[in-house]
Design a protein around this ligand. Structure first.
Ligand code: ATP
Ligand code: MG
Length: 640
């Protein structure tokens, strides 16, 4: 890497002190049909409007503008180890497919501003659908393909889509999952009815088509093979999409995103943070159902002129359907991936594989691995860092922000990552630590506070909650006393050099006999035990102490979970460990061993559900729960 033209500190300061000049310059990274008249309108806080007067199109920026220079280069690489397929689309081919999809959407009556709900597995058609929506100015609402009817129904209800794009089925671990019956049931449950349903048929499951409503993509595509569809000229502040948060802490919130701010934020982050260069390949292992999939599988890499890999399948299965713990590294080698993006939860899965698998492949193209979504624990970071021999860059953000809030902008100035820290405040973000009760700003190093963002929020940040400005205000901007600031609802500290450490979510604090304890700190102590693979700690109501901590751990040797004697011995060891690390007050009242923990479909611990079960309450919204048997195990272990 060449010598940085400036220090990151200067770069950051410029973004905060001269935001208009800074972002006007970043706006030059994308194509505008008409230039913006005003960089940031903050007249009506907290509703920031970016690049007013500007006209553009996301799909144009992702595809059309690259045709002159790189029509024949790869744009989309769709790999499925579930069906053993691998399809590569050049920019020209992807452009053609997206136009066909756009023509079909138009033919089915979709117009600018209409919502199109996308309930799809990780196949190329899902990318066509998203980009086609952007092309014609329809608002897409992608719902994770693994969700069941109930979760899907509530999202149909909220988004009121004119059209739904789906498929006959998905597949997980070689087992086909029929989507169509789930979709039909969801539509039946919903009071809103879509006008039309467009279906990709992969030959995985049979479909009963509803006459007049359901259409097959393959058939309509044939009719529109050569129908050109121009890019709609969108206002910068027009809505590009809505997406729901993971639902880790409660009912998912419909995050609404603009067009111009988002395009600029992504182009800037691809350049400064991910160091993604046109003509190279990007590989994010996320899913289009999550925000990472929107920003860094579809839009970000394509806007940057990169090829992007869309991967359907487990990280432990090969294209021949056989177990293969090195499939990701094979893809890195084959497509010369330069930047890879994944989540700690996925790396923990790979960690159980033979470490030699990593060394068998030529990974010399790779410059960095980015991880996000949950705290990156030190053992996991160390394992993957030693295996790959490239910087492991943790990045902290939320569905709400659309791109990293905390990380390292190594393409501006390379900095050493610090174990346990996702990094420093990114340009454009005025990140503050505030005292939870008084709202006072904590400016000394290593003080613990709520991570907040002072407005105006930067480009790419959510505009509001879909159709609910009041909820946006109340949920996010009115939680800190006496101040209108955006709360992330995460605890953090900042060291003397500006590195942040995320200590868990604000609702993960428990109160034992007047002592406030973070469940995450107790979890860290417990996961230090050599036999523990994973652990969840929750606070449970207690008559005497107010609350007590309860721990549920997964052991590396799962067979021990059912062994009463071994469990008792381990429980004692773990309690002693916590006593030593944090003091007896933090000691869990009980440590129970399970084989799987309740997580969201995106791999995050569902502490609120565990807590509810421990307190004998209704666990509430479980639509995002991955494995229902996990809560059942908790129930059983409590009874034993
Ligand atoms: P909901 O808001 O519906 O409860 P969620 O917060 O899990 O769900 P997301 O937007 O997917 O939904 O996740 C963002 C949250 O994930 C952050 O607020 C933080 O708690 C956690 N997180 C993300 N990245 C990191 C990271 N690098 N380190 C620590 N925590 C992270
Ligand atoms: Mg959240």
């Amino acid at each position: 890497m060449s010598q940085p033209a400036q220090s990151y500190a200067d770069f950051y300061r410029h973004s905060i002190e001269q935001p208009d000049a800074f972002w006007a310059e970043q706006a030059g990274l994308i194509d505008w049909f008409s230039a913006p008249q005003r960089v940031c309108n903050w007249d009506n806080p907290p509703f920031a409007q970016w690049f007013e007067g500007g006209k553009l199109n996301l799909c144009h920026n992702a595809l059309d503008r690259h045709l002159k220079q790189r029509a024949q280069q790869s744009a989309l690489i769709a790999v499925s180890t579930e069906t053993g397929s691998e399809r590569v689309y050049s920019f020209e081919q992807l452009h053609a497919e997206v136009q066909r999809m756009a023509a079909v959407l138009l033919a089915l009556g979709v117009v600018k501003g209409d919502r199109v709900l996308i309930y799809m597995p990780m196949i190329a058609e899902a990318a066509f659908a998203m980009l086609a929506c952007a092309r014609i100015g329809a608002i897409h609402c992608v719902v994770f393909g693994g969700f069941a009817s109930g979760s899907l129904a509530s999202r149909i209800e909220d988004a009121e889509p004119k059209l739904i794009v789906s498929a006959d089925g998905g597949s997980r671990g070689g087992k086909a999952i029929a989507y169509k019956p789930l979709l039909d049931e969801a539509i039946r449950l919903s009071s809103h009815q879509p006008q039309a349903v467009l279906l990709a048929d992969r030959g995985l499951a049979t479909m009963d088509l509803v006459p007049g409503r359901d259409h097959l993509w393959a058939q309509l595509r044939e009719q529109h093979l050569n129908t050109p569809v121009a890019c709609e000229s969108m206002d910068s502040t027009d809505i590009s999409y809505t997406i729901y948060t993971s639902g880790t802490t409660g009912k998912p919130k419909g995050v609404q995103r603009d067009t111009g701010g988002y395009a600029v934020a992504l182009a800037a982050s691809m350049k400064h943070i991910f160091d993604g260069r046109a003509g190279e390949t990007y590989f994010s292992t996320s899913d289009i159902g999550w925000v990472v999939g929107h920003s860094y599988i579809i839009y970000g890499p394509l806007i940057a002129g990169m090829a992007t890999i869309m991967y359907e399948g487990l990280p432990t299965q090969g294209l021949d359907g056989q177990p293969n713990g090195a499939i990701w590294w094979q893809l890195v080698e084959k497509y010369k991936v330069t930047a890879m993006f994944s989540a700690p939860t996925a790396v923990r899965v790979l960690k159980k594989q033979d470490p030699a698998l990593l060394k068998k492949h030529d990974l010399s193209s790779l410059r960095a691995l980015f991880l996000a979504g949950e705290p990156l624990d030190e053992p996991t970071a160390r394992w993957i860092s030693e295996g790959l021999q490239v910087p492991i860059i943790d990045n902290y953000w939320q569905t709400e922000s659309g791109w990293p809030i905390l990380t390292l902008a190594n393409a501006v100035e390379p900095k050493e990552p610090r174990f346990g820290s996702p990094g420093i405040a990114m340009y454009g973000y005025k990140v503050k630590l505030l005292h939870e009760a008084t709202g006072e700003e904590l400016t000394e190093p290593n003080q613990k506070g709520v991570v907040c963002i002072e407005g105006p929020t930067p480009p790419g940040f959510m505009q509001t909650v879909w159709r609910d400005d009041a909820r946006y205000l109340k949920t996010y901007w009115q939680s800190v006393p006496g101040k209108m600031v955006y709360s992330t609802f995460d605890w953090g500290i900042r060291d003397a050099d500006g590195y942040f450490f995320i200590l868990g979510r604000t609702d993960d604090v428990i109160n034992v006999a007047g002592h406030r304890l973070g469940t995450r700190e107790i979890e860290e102590s417990i996961s230090g035990h050599p036999m523990v693979a994973e652990v969840a700690v929750v606070g449970v109501a207690d008559q005497l102490k107010g609350q007590v901590a309860m721990a549920f751990a997964v052991l590396k040797d799962a067979s021990l979970a059912g062994d009463a004697q071994a469990s008792m011995k381990l429980e004692g060891e773990i309690m002693k460990r916590v006593d030593g690390d944090l003091g007896a007050v933090a000691r869990p009242a009980r440590v129970r061993f399970v084989t799987v923990l309740p997580k969201t479909r995106s791999g995050k611990l569902l502490r609120r559900a565990i807590q509810a079960v421990c307190e004998g309450r209704d666990p509430g919204d479980l639509t995002t729960l991955d494995d229902a048997s996990s809560l059942e195990q908790i129930r059983q272990r409590l009874a034993s």
